[in-house]
Design a protein around this ligand. Structure first.
Ligand SMILES: Nc1ncnc2c1ncn2[C@@H]1O[C@H](COP(=O)(O)OP(=O)(O)OP(=O)(O)O)[C@@H](O)[C@H]1O
Ligand SMILES: [Mg+2]
Length: 268
């Protein structure tokens, strides 16, 4: 088992199955005729934060969406290769996609609250899972909203519609909705790009504290954020995984010229 407090760098190539949250093997993905992911193989360690960085359009969102089969919703999407979670091929026809998406939660760049109350948004997934006891739901909603740093702002209007919240509040609500399900893996696609600096800092601290409970994968255009919060970073360029290493090394001594050009702002 991984020790959360150890600072030694894991060998990403030879990560053992029990320390691997997601094993991506030879993943190629097309939208129609356009190939968007090109032969990506990577092992993402459990209980760590892994950042995905790269130019707009390089395939970051597509890659994380293939970790909970969100690309299933896109017409004309086809793939080759494997994505394994806990040794299970998640694209197998017998995979229970609803259960997969509960255990692999996702927060998108643009907040997407459901058209219902704040309270109902947070407990939506729990109710789907069959939780109906009011007291338990109340406790879970409060805890998730506290975790997402929103409780104080909404505790007196839990039954008002979620769309009365500001953009940043809606984003934290979506965070709470994902956290309420206690996911094993949390996929965050530029989760703080709509948030003010203070809330961003809080969310970053939240991500770090979440490592105890789950594996976090974050897409970010903010290099300081990636360096600040992530343990490992993958640099993607035009659908290819160019470099994947511990974040200290990648940001201070990138091996590939393309990585260096990107992190020093020569393009992107
Ligand atoms: N639903 C879709 N149908 C067709 N093409 C798509 C679809 N979604 C994404 N693409 C294309 O796939 C490529 C990768 O897109 P993706 O959204 O993964 O990039 P990204 O790295 O997340 O970019 P950004 O940083 O701008 O969010 C782009 O060329 C995009 O136009
Ligand atoms: Mg994206």
């Amino acid at each position: 088992m991984l020790n959360l407090f150890e600072r030694e760098k894991l060998d990403l190539q030879s990560l053992s199955p029990s320390d691997t949250a997601i094993n991506v093997e030879g993943l190629n993905l097309w939208f129609g005729k356009k190939q968007v992911l090109n032969d990506i193989s990577m092992k993402i360690p459990k209980h760590r934060i892994t950042a995905l960085i790269g130019q707009s359009g390089c395939g970051k969102s597509t890659l994380i969406s293939s970790f909970n089969r969100m690309n299933d919703l896109v017409d004309g999407c086809r793939y080759l290769g494997k994505v394994e979670i806990d040794g299970r091929d998640i694209n197998h026809s017998r995979e229970n996609v609803a259960r997969l998406r509960a255990s692999v939660g996702m927060v998108f760049q643009r907040p997407n609250p459901f058209p219902m109350s704040i309270y109902e948004n947070v407990c939506y997934g729990l109710k789907l899972q069959g939780m109906s006891l009011r007291r338990t739901l109340d406790d879970s909603v409060e805890q998730a909203l506290r975790d997402a740093a929103l409780w104080e702002e909404v505790k007196d209007r839990l039954f008002e519609p979620a769309n009365i919240l500001s953009g940043g509040q809606q984003q934290r609500l979506v965070f709470a909705r994902a956290l309420a399900l206690q996911p094993d893996i949390l996929l965050l696609d530029e989760p703080t790009s709509a948030l003010d600096p203070l809330t961003t800092l809080y969310i970053e601290e939240l991500m770090i504290s979440l490592k105890k409970r789950c594996t976090v994968i974050i897409v970010t255009h903010n290099m300081q954020q990636a360096a600040r919060v992530s343990d490992y970073t993958a640099f993607i360029h035009q659908g290819e995984l160019i470099e994947y290493a511990d974040s200290d090394s990648l940001f201070t001594m990138p091996v590939k010229k393309q990585t260096e050009d990107y992190i020093t702002g020569r393009y992107g």
